[in-house]
Every structure is written in structure tokens, then in C-alpha cells.
Design a protein around this ligand. Structure first.
Ligand SMILES: [Zn+2]
Length: 469
């Protein structure tokens, strides 16, 4: 079933020709199909080389391929997707004509994706963890000149995911992939809004690839956590198809909304850290997961309101001018780089008071239908939180090392860092963003209750500790 879905998706894809997800997937077979008799070079870090790189190299060699000496990054300090690593790998690749085979997960894949592109060479990816949806996506997320950015480069021509390897990946990596995939619930809702308000039309192919089977891919978090092969396979299928959705639409709109804006902001601010994995940066998926709960909770308050009954005239009267908007964005950010980027992104989606009036009139007309569609698309925040928890993911700010005040401020700041129109823009334009955030953090609100239960658990913890002492 999943195979047929992937085959159909590959017909829409521009870069990826072959995806093979199976237990004991055949590496030489798909390599030959993709690259003929070309020589190959395995690229890995010391960990992924041990786990799978050695074996991939052995199988290709046995099948008669000329193998260049593997390029293996050190395991310590943990490999980071920064541009200097791309330069090193690219320079080494220029010394031979071999096809790189990236053996690893997000970071290795991103480094090889961009290096191969700079050598104008296609590549193959051997995935070692179902940890994010970037394998088949266009572009690589790389830190360059002090800024994390998406550098343009094609997706791999061939992707192999051996379920035996994926099943034995560290649990937090699989959990991260699950959270990244579950985030498509809220990103889909954001696209529904952008579509209804004629900001960005839904592309049926890009939408279907990510959304049509999302419920099925994510419905067994506890089994996934226990290492069930079928659940792992469905997760990987979802992540691969989500990447193919981005590839076919040539944009991450298909798979990323306000929950990703939260995650990107935390990343840029250097906030949040991984519990239990000292020294390793908090995974993309874990940030997206907590943010999806946050955005679903915001949606609940928005959907309770009648946005067909707004005082459009008053909202337009108090709408900031371009200059006022710029000043307010500058005041919200403390780092200069972030401030500069945020001004550019916010002004790129700035509309005048007159355009706001038109948009809010359109909102008034479409609201009843849009509200219904968004309700069908979403899940309650509480349910998303329970599913994440069952998969072994964090569900709130405290678990990812965020202070409550930073977390609350994210609701207002995240809108400014990406030009993509999402629910935060809708709430801002409808003049209800701040009141909704106040409601979420009030004593009876979604986060107010969570904060209180954390405080109680903390007290009980310190009581126990002092008891033991
Ligand atoms: Zn993501």
C-alpha cells in the first residue's frame, strides 16, 4: 500500500527517482538503477559509519562497485550542519568523481546534499533514523555566516531506508520524527487559512502527499515507541512523502506552518535544550512537537470566536503603518541578526489598512466554511499532547528548557520571523492575538493549568527529596 503511494509521489517529484523502505533493503540494486556502474563514496560520521556505513560500503564493494575511501566525520563534538563542513567535504569530493552515499540522518544528509550540489553531482541517501522529513526535501538547513538558512540544492536521487536499522535508532530520534510529522496537523490548518484568504492557494498534489494519510501514519505512538516495525515503517513513509510534498511544490509550505515558526525562533534565539541528551542540541522534531501543542491550543480559542463579526473599521483605524510595524518588530527582538531578518520577513507580508479591510471582509464571508474545515483538520491540543507523550516526546516548555515567559512571548514574536502567512497572522489581523495569549496563560487557560500542575509536581519533588535527606 505504502509502496504504491510512494511510487505515485515519485512521478510528481523532480529530483528523487527511487525510494526503497524495507527490512534488509537492497543497497547495490538501487544504487545501480540510479547511477549505473559509477564508483561510490560513503559519507558518514563515526557513529553512523559503525551502525550502517561499513555494511553499506561492504555490500556495494561486493556488488563490484569501485569504492573511494569513506569520508567519516568525527563523532565528537556532535556533527553540526555548518558551512565549513560542506567546504571540507566538497573539496575532498572534487578529487574524485564518485557518487556520495550519505549514511546518517538529518545533519549528514544536509551536508552531503549541499556538497554534492556544489560538485554538480547527484547523490544517494541511506537513512539511519526516522527523525525528520528532510531526506526527500529540496534544500539543506545549514548555518552560514552566523545564520541558520535553507540553502538551495536538489533532494537525493535515491533514498534507502532499512527498517532493521531504523528500528534500532536511538528512541529520541524516532520520537523526533514522529513529532515533526504530527506537526502537519497544524501546518495543514494554516494552509487552509492562507488558501481561504487568497494569500496562498492550496496545491492539490502538495496537499495530498502530506495530508491524505496523516492520521494513519501517526495513530500508533505507543507501538512506535516500543519499536514496532510496522509503525516505524508508516512513520518513515509519512516523513518521506512529506519531503516529496515539499519537493513537488518547491516550498516547505506543504509541511511547515506556525509550529515551525516557533521552532525556528527558538533555534535562532538559542533557547531550549534537550533533556537527557546533555550537550546535544534539542532536536528539530521536539521543538516542533511542543509548538504544535501550542498552536493547536491557540486555534481552539480562535475557533470559539466569530471572526465573521469583527469591527473592521476599528481594526483598520488602529492598524500600524509600515513604519510603525517596522518599529514594533525591532522592539520585539534583542539580537541584531534576528531583528534584521524579522523586519525583512514581516515587511514582505505587510498589507496596508485598505488591504486589511478587504481581507477582513473576505474573512467575514468565508469564516463559517473555513471554521468548519479547520475544525475537521485539527485535533484538540490535549490529544496532540497525549500522542506526543505516548511516542516519548516532550509536550511543554519546561521539558525543553524554556522559561514560561519566553514561551509566552514566542506567540507574539514568531509571526515576525517568516513571511509565510499562518494562524498567528490571522489572529494578529483580527486583533485577537494578545487576548488569546492572555487567555492561554491565565490560571484556567491551557498553559495556565499546565504551569500549575508543573509547580505542584515540583513541590512534591522537593518535598520527597527533603524527606529522603
Ligand atoms: Zn520539520
Amino acid at each position: 500500500m505504502g509502496e504504491r503511494r510512494i511510487e505515485a509521489a515519485l512521478r510528481q517529484a523532480t529530483d528523487t527517482q527511487n525510494v526503497n523502505i524495507a527490512a534488509g533493503a537492497s543497497v547495490p540494486g538501487v544504487f545501480r538503477e540510479g547511477f549505473g556502474d559509477s564508483p561510490a563514496v560513503v559519507v558518514a560520521d563515526e557513529n553512523t559509519f559503525e551502525v550502517a556505513g561499513k555494511e553499506v560500503r561492504r555490500r556495494l564493494e561486493r556488488a563490484g562497485h569501485t569504492m573511494i575511501e569513506p569520508y567519516v566525520f568525527p563523532a565528537e563534538p556532535p556533527l553540526y550542519a555548518e558551512y565549513s563542513n560542506i567546504e571540507k567535504l566538497r573539496d575532498s569530493m572534487r578529487e574524485h568523481g564518485a557518487i556520495p552515499v550519505a549514511v546518517g540522518s538529518g545533519t549528514i544528509n544536509d551536508i552531503v546534499k549541499r556538497s554534492a550540489h556544489e560538485c554538480e553531482r547527484p547523490y544517494m541517501c541511506f537513512a539511519t533514523a526516522a527523525s525528520m522529513d528532510g531526506y526527500t526535501a529540496f534544500g539543506a538547513s545549514i548555518e552560514k555566516d552566523g545564520l541558520k538558512q535553507t540553502l538551495s540544492c536538489p533532494a537525493p536521487r535515491v533514498v534507502v531506508a532499512d527498517l532493521e536499522v531504523l528500528k534500532h535508532a536511538p528512541g529520541h530520534m524516532t520520537a523526533s520524527g514522529y513529532a515533526d510529522l504530527l506537526g502537519k496537523v497544524t501546518s495543514g490548518a494554516d494552509w487552509l487559512i492562507a488558501d481561504a484568504l487568497e494569500v496562498e492557494k492550496i496545491d492539490p498534489t502538495g496537499w495530498s502527499l502530506v495530508q491524505d494519510h496523516l492520521r494513519g501514519w501517526t495513530d500508533s505512538p505507543a507501538e512506535l515507541r516500543a519499536g514496532d516495525q510496522e509503525s516505524t515503517q508508516r512513520l518513515m513513509e509519512g516523513l518521506i512523502l512529506s519531503g516529496l510534498g515539499m519537493q513537488s511544490y518547491q516550498s516547505s509550505r506543504t509541511a511547515s506552518g506556525a509550529e515551525h515558526q516557533f521552532s525556528h525562533l527558538w533555534e535562532m534565539e538559542g533557547l531550549g535544550h534537550g533533556e537527557g541528551h546533555e550537550g546535544t542540541p534539542l532536536s528539530h522534531g521536539f521543538k516542533v512537537g511542543v509548538a504544535s501543542v501550542a498552536i493547536a491550543a491557540l486555534y481552539e480559542l480562535i475557533l470559539e470566536r466569530d471572526l465573521g463579526d469583527l469591527d473592521i473599521e476599528a481594526l483598520c483605524d488602529s492598524w500600524p503603518t509600515r513604519e510603525e510595524m517596522e518599529r514594533s518588530v525591532r522592539a520585539q527582538h534583542t539580537s541584531l541578526d534576528l531583528e534584521r531578518g524579522a523586519v525583512e520577513q514581516t515587511l514582505a507580508k505587510y498589507i496596508s489598512a485598505g488591504e486589511l479591510a478587504q481581507r477582513l471582509e473576505l474573512l467575514r464571508d468565508v469564516w463559517p466554511g473555513l471554521r468548519e474545515k479547520v475544525r475537521v483538520q485539527l485535533m484538540p491540543a490535549e490529544q496532540i499532547s497525549k500522542m506526543l507523550q505516548a511516542a516519548g516526546c516532550p509536550t511543554g516548555p519546561v521539558e525543553i528548557g524554556l522559561l514560561w515567559e519566553d514561551f509566552e512571548a514566542t506567540y507574539l514574536r514568531a509571526r515576525t520571523i517568516r513571511k509565510r502567512y499562518a494562524v498567528l497572522d490571522l489572529a494578529f489581523e483580527a486583533g485577537i492575538l494578545e487576548e488569546c495569549v492572555d487567555e492561554l496563560f491565565a490560571p484556567g487557560g491551557f498553559w495556565g493549568r499546565a504551569a500549575a500542575s508543573h509547580a505542584r509536581a515540583d513541590e512534591a519533588g522537593s518535598f520527597r527529596r527533603s524527606d529522603e535527606a
